[in-house]
Design a protein around this ligand. Structure first.
Ligand SMILES: C[S@@+](CC[C@H](N)C(=O)[O-])C[C@H]1O[C@@H](n2cnc3c(N)ncnc32)[C@H](O)[C@@H]1O
Length: 283
């Protein structure tokens, strides 16, 4: 454990209570091997609130009606915001090259909606916006891109739209030159691309928060479920299945398999990319 947590009291059983509560409210799960990490990450928050015991902090999170802001601090402290432009691009290629054209042919004149449900600092929805722009889709169709994350800090950075070198590790150089300009520290994304995305803070575990966003035709939820328990993943999948506009597609990360966890979505291969499809009910 880190030095800051050494002066805090962790009564027996409190670690389990905290990790179960965090799993219930955020989906994130810290198994036995990672309990110390969880306790360590929370220690600055416990100290900040003036508590000497994790149990007091647990009671605050569980029972205090004003704990909303504290939950935001928890989300910010636990959130792993690893992401970059053009990550797992096969799925975006399938979206732009096949799925959007198919959707547009079936629904001419309608507005297509895409939602990135855990966009971290924004590289994923901006990748989609750049790829759609490259293919000329913004001139041909009405497309809305919504992007949210549970971490308010991540969304603050996404709204700023300024990125450091690490974010560009997979983006082709010519696109970096086309879509970014040098900023004080790093590179700023072009405003016409940035303004294609509507940003929000939303917790995917909370149905009320995601309801307005999730009624999309395409939902991205990539590299989030790796941090979740199976029961939390199933909960989120049920919400997605309820709200997605069928026939709709769900994109998850390459390391994430939903096969044992849902019967609402069918795994399909499109242009070398794996996509989960929710079909319209036939009865
Ligand atoms: C590793 S990043 C993935 C970013 C992007 N989707 C990608 O694939 O590059 C995981 C993100 O999931 C977010 N996250 C974790 N739990 C969440 C929840 N319950 N609701 C919304 N976002 C959550 C974290 O804040 C973090 O920004």
């Amino acid at each position: 454990m880190g030095s800051s947590s050494q002066n805090l009291v962790l009564p027996e059983g409190a670690g389990n209570l905290i990790r179960t509560l965090i799993n219930e409210r955020t989906g994130m799960f810290f198994d036995n091997g990672k309990s110390d990490l969880l306790i360590d990450k929370l220690s600055p928050l416990v100290i900040e609130r003036g508590f000497s015991s994790y149990l007091d902090y647990y009671y605050l999170l569980k029972y205090d009606a004003s704990a909303h802001t504290e939950w935001q601090n928890v989300m910010n402290a636990l959130s792993v915001q690893e992401t970059y432009f053009w990550r797992e691009f096969d799925q975006v290629r399938a979206l732009v090259g096949t799925l959007v054209p198919q959707w547009h042919a079936r629904n001419p004149g309608s507005t297509l909606r895409i939602w990135c449900s855990a966009c971290a600092t924004g590289e994923e929805p901006l990748t989609i916006a750049m790829a759609l722009n490259e293919a000329g889709w913004f001139d041909k169709a009405r497309i809305e891109i919504f992007a949210s994350d549970g971490s308010s800090k991540a969304i603050e950075r996404a709204v700023r739209g300024v990125y450091r070198e690490r974010a560009f590790r997979s983006l082709p150089a010519r696109l970096r030159e086309r879509y970014f300009e040098p900023a004080e520290v790093g590179w700023r994304v072009r405003s016409d691309i940035h303004s294609r995305v509507t940003w929000a803070v939303a917790n995917v575990i909370d149905e009320e928060q995601i309801r307005p966003l999730a009624s999309a035709h395409f939902i991205f939820c990539r590299n989030v479920f790796i941090y979740f328990s199976e029961s939390a993943i199933s909960r989120v999948l049920r919400s997605f299945a309820r709200f997605i506009r069928a026939p709709g597609c769900l994109f998850v990360g390459a390391a994430e398999s939903l096969i044992r966890l849902t019967t609402d979505f069918t795994l399909t291969e499109i242009d070398d990319a794996f996509v989960y499809v929710k079909h319209e009910r036939t009865v």
